[in-house]
Design a protein around this ligand. Structure first.
Ligand code: PEP
Ligand code: CO
Length: 464
């Protein structure tokens, strides 16, 4: 391997946390050797393209939409599941694009989101204690000793399921399924079929309808109508897997982690000098870092310096996940400290991970109102600092699950047992996701009006 990439032994010497404990080293070596032979899942050129788009986010000229499951499972890789997830993300993107009047960069939390950091290494039920579930990449959710064993062969399954997912995503997004007119029709159905939001969002859908009709009449009916650029992302957690898929790009001779386009480092593993930071520091992909309420501004500035010493536009995204009641005081010093250094990063809001609680009937859940409250805090903080609220990172699914309370259907704690399917954190269901998109759209439109920016009026007319 190249000296541009730390070796796996170098990374292990840094004592990484949240790693599987495999019983048989020789077996692990066979698995990683096999993965090293496999073709890349994503291509360096695509990662460069995404970096350029995130540069626009950092510069206030685009908005990032990132979403998907907390934890993908092998069983959930079905045509319907992937289509529904894609459909809800693309639907959200249309509403956001119209309201913000800037491009929306679309990134799925999919095709690789199979490993979970855990606060507790064990799980106890009654008088039985077993290793915690760490995602399908590591072990199985089933609560028995054999299923909870850390199995390195699962990493090959991660590769295979990610390849199958990406294959379908590429077919859907480039094959006509993602035509903006179909997506708009799904949104119209949502508004029509949900009388509680109908009045509120009808005007916006009618405006989009008119705008599309006008564009078609003008003869705009090209590739940009029928296809979308869509990227994959996941938390780069399991070093064996991410390292085995790190490759030297034949054009640039530089390293890329080819397991996904955008890789992020979680709140629990973003240690300066730690293995996860060192691996991604060596790679050319766009990189995200989760930032929780206890983060110290100096540490975040130091992480930025380590991950992006060249201050390259689009390289770095900070994903804040503060909690609705903390964001207004915890986020400003961090944003201000990074901005003071003069570097430009993309600021994205994860309104999910600071707002989890256990319901009275024992479900891990989130309240839609708290999610929205954190989004409001995020917009307020950036407005006060004069910085751009660059995007939103969500745990969602296109299916009608009952995992988060609230939203238009007013899901109550008693409803959670109806269809609670998440293998890890609770996800917004399809209606809750669309409702959130409409709510964010209203805030983006208000902000745009306040800034007085308009891509048509910003155009420099040619005198003739
Ligand atoms: C997640 O995104 O599922 C997650 C574990 O996030 P965080 O690292 O922010 O806790
Ligand atoms: Co999660």
């Amino acid at each position: 391997m190249s000296d541009l990439i730390p070796t796996l032994a170098d990374l292990h010497a840094l004592k990484p946390t949240q790693q599987p404990e495999y019983a048989d080293e020789a077996e692990v070596a066979r698995v990683t050797a096999e993965l090293r032979q496999r073709p890349p899942l994503v291509f360096a050129g695509e990662c460069d393209e995404l970096r350029a788009k995130i540069a626009n986010v950092a510069d206030g000229r685009a908005f990032l939409l990132q979403g998907g499951d907390c934890a993908e499972t092998f069983d959930s890789v079905t045509a319907n599941g992937i289509r529904n997830k894609l459909r809800v993300l693309l639907s959200m993107a249309v509403v956001l694009t119209y309201s913000a009047q800037v491009p929306v960069v679309k990134v799925g939390r999919l095709a690789g989101q199979y490993a979970k950091p855990r606060s507790n290494p064990n799980e106890t039920r009654g008088d039985v204690t077993l290793p915690a579930y760490r995602g399908d990449a590591v072990n199985s959710l089933r609560f028995d000793a054999a299923a909870r064993r850390h199995d390195p062969h699962r990493l090959v399954e991660v590769y295979n399921h990610s390849a199958a997912t990406l294959n379908l995503v590429r077919a859907f997004t480039k094959g006509g399924f993602a035509d903006i007119r179909s997506i708009h029709m799904w949104n119209s159905d949502f508004v029509r079929n949900n009388s509680k939001v109908g009045d509120k969002y009808e005007a916006l859908t009618a405006e989009i309808d008119n705008a599309l009709a006008f564009m078609v009449a003008c003869g705009v009916d090209d590739e940009s109508f029928r296809t979308v650029d869509f990227y994959s992302s996941h938390e780069a957690l399991i070093l064996e897997y991410e390292h085995a898929l790190t490759r030297i790009d034949s054009r640039s001779r530089l390293p890329y982690v080819t397991s996904g386009h955008l890789l992020w480092i979680g709140e629990r593993t973003r240690l300066l000098g730690g293995a996860h930071v060192e691996l991604l520091a060596a790679a050319r992909n766009p990189v995200g870092v989760k930032v929780g309420p206890a983060a110290r501004p100096d540490d975040i500035v130091a992480l930025a310096d380590r991950l992006d010493p060249g201050r390259e536009p689009g390289r770095l995204t900070f994903i804040s996940r503060m909690g609705a009641d903390r964001i207004r005081e915890a986020l400003p010093p961090i944003v201000a400290a990074v901005e003071r250094t003069g570097r430009k990063v993309a600021w994205v809001c994860d309104p999910m991970h600071g707002n989890t609680f256990e319901s009275a009937n024992g479900y891990k859940t989130r309240a839609f109102s708290q999610v929205l409250e954190e989004v409001d805090g995020f917009f307020a903080v950036h407005e006060a600092l004069g910085t751009w609220p660059g995007g939103i990172h969500m745990e969602l699914t296109g299916d009608d699950v009952t995992e988060c309370v609230g939203g238009i259907e007013e899901l109550a704690e008693e409803d959670l047992s109806n269809r609670y399917e998440s293998a890890c954190d609770p996800r917004l269901n399809r209606n809750q996701s669309l409702e959130l998109a409409f709510e964010i759209a209203e805030r983006l439109a208000a902000q745009r009006r306040a800034r007085g920016s308009n891509p048509v009026q910003d155009f420099q007319p040619v005198d003739f």
